[in-house]
Design a protein around this ligand. Structure first.
Ligand code: BG6
Length: 488
């Protein structure tokens, strides 16, 4: 792999500590980092290189998915890390940094390939990108790439403005927008599930599929993020990005030789085919919820508005359920139901594909209830696939019984999303990053929901913490003769 310098803004932050350093370390153990590799960590705080390296080592001991192991391996890894104080708004700090980076590249005889990772709030994206450009940090002979993470804007207009500003310094193919759901191993496998299995491929259309259910339930509440979350809500925090990405990944049909361009093109086409919400159907398509007091595993939990830092009159959403339709050849008439919420009964991200009415066996009694066939794709925290079929022993008098064919991986074997994504960004493979077109189309689809929330045209329904959300979420499916599968 080509040599590379990673320039990390927000190096003393939480994401760096919990995700980025452990991911880099696991890549290092797997021999997936370039042999000539350096990291420049940047932050406001004064730190020596030694104490920064010690912090990095500490983060591996605390958060690495695998045991950090041998001390010399850890030391070798952390010796690639340097630290610099940087004030985001001071161009001279970038010029100083450029000198340090150049010195290091020269000492290693490395090509100046530079990856800028902005692990900072979105309000800093623009000044950083502009200063990278004007200081010459991004002007070397090698390649330059930018990694940023959601939120990409607060609504359609701010997302467009942000993109406009970023594109002054980086071309679209240089921007790697992380949506960490796209890094989850099972999400990355989705397209292969379909395209390498004729038995799935043949059924992947509206002729056989009754509906698709995409759920990302969390047991945690607002945690320590009141300031961010109360201005974001489930719709911006999870729905506009992670949930719509899951929908795209499930719904795309990729030819067997599909390149990353094809994947992204097909995802864009799915978004373009998503039927826009109208003022006359938005109320019946969206359920907006906020958790009230409740309990989880016997532990009492306060309601959202009693959480620290949340105003008592907050109208912020902590739950959203939606019905969506994709008006294309494959999916016309198949409802996609999506829901995500905080303080739900279980932590589970999964997709359930419900197949149409089971075949009625000739001569079988009408009263005999058959469950539909279900394909269940568990994305996290457990990862696996279950196919639910019907079975019956003809010699026994009993009824049909659902039979599950199951495959699950143990959580230790599962690579972290950030390992996959950082590795792909190093290779320059954009497949599992959000292209601007997808981001823009997602905001476009979500904007009427934001407007309706703002105007209070969709009721904010309370639900007890530790439940599956407001009962209106059940009704959303019941109206179509469906139900959420697998709720306990
Ligand atoms: C983040 C959201 O993007 O995803 C959080 O900001 C949420 O609010 C998290 O908790 C969920 O991620 P995961 O991987 O635990 O499902």
């Amino acid at each position: 792999m080509e040599s590379m310098t990673l320039i990390l803004f927000g190096a003393t932050g939480d994401l760096a500590k919990r995700k980025i350093y452990p991911a880099l370390y696991n890549l290092y153990i797997d021999g997936k980092l370039p042999s000539s590799f350096s990291v420049f960590g940047l932050g406001r705080r004064e730190l020596t290189n030694e104490s920064f390296q010690a912090n990095v080592e500490q983060s591996l001991r605390t958060f690495s998915r695998r045991e950090p192991g041998d001390e010399t391996v850890v030391k070798n890894f952390s010796s690639a890390f340097r630290y610099s104080v940087l004030n985001i708004g001071h161009e001279e700090d970038y010029t100083k940094l450029l000198r340090l980076v150049e010195e290091r590249e020269a000492a290693l005889g490395a090509t100046p390939n530079r990856m800028f990772y902005l692990s900072v709030g979105p309000e800093f994206f623009e000044p950083i990108a502009a200063n990278i450009q004007s200081s010459g940090l991004g002007g070397a002979d090698g390649w330059k790439r930018l990694i940023i993470e959601k939120p990409f804007g607060h609504d359609l207009q701010s997302a467009r403005e942000l993109n406009e500003k970023l594109s002054g310094a980086f071309a679209e193919q240089e921007i790697f927008r992380i949506d960490h759901y796209l890094g989850k191993p099972m999400v990355q496998k989705l397209e292969y599930l379909q395209r390498s299995n004729p038995v799935i491929e043949a059924l992947w259309t509206n002729r056989h599929i009754a509906n698709v259910q995409i759920t990302a339930n969390e047991t945690v509440g607002v945690e320590e993020r009141a300031g961010y979350y109360d201005h974001s809500g489930a719709v911006r925090d999870m729905f506009q990005n992670h949930m719509l990405q899951l929908l795209m990944m499930l719904a795309i049909h990729i030819p067997s030789n599909g390149s990353s361009e094809v994947v992204r093109l097909r995802k864009k086409q799915v978004m373009e085919a998503l039927v826009p919400l109208q003022s006359d159907n938005i109320q019946s398509s969206i359920v907006r919820g906020q958790y009230a007091a409740g309990s989880l595993q016997g532990k009492p939990l306060v309601g959202y508005t009693s959480e620290q830092g949340i105003p008592a009159a907050s109208m912020n959403d902590t739950f959203i359920a939606a019905k969506l339709e994709i008006d294309d050849y494959f999916w016309r008439g198949v409802p996609f139901y999506i829901r995500t919420g905080k303080r739900m009964q279980e932590k589970s991200t999964r997709i359930v594909v419900e197949f149409k009415e089971p075949l009625k066996q000739q001569g079988s009694q009408q009263s005999e209830q058959l469950e539909p066939n279900l394909l269940v794709i568990d994305i996290g925290p457990k990862e696996g696939i279950t196919l639910q079929l019907n079975m019956k022993d003809p010699r026994e008098k009993g009824a049909f019984e659902p039979m599950n064919i199951e495959f699950h991986t143990s959580s230790h074997d599962v690579r972290e999303a950030y390992e996959n994504l950082i590795y792909d960004a190093m290779l320059g493979d954009p497949t599992f990053f959000a292209h601007w077109d997808e981001v823009e189309l997602s905001w476009q689809w979500v904007q009427p929901i934001l407007d309706a929330y703002e105007a209070n045209r969709i009721p904010l329904l309370p639900y007890p913490a530790g439940s599956y959300g407001p009962s209106a979420s059940e009704e959303l499916l019941a109206r179509d003769g469906h139900r959420w599968w697998l709720d306990a």
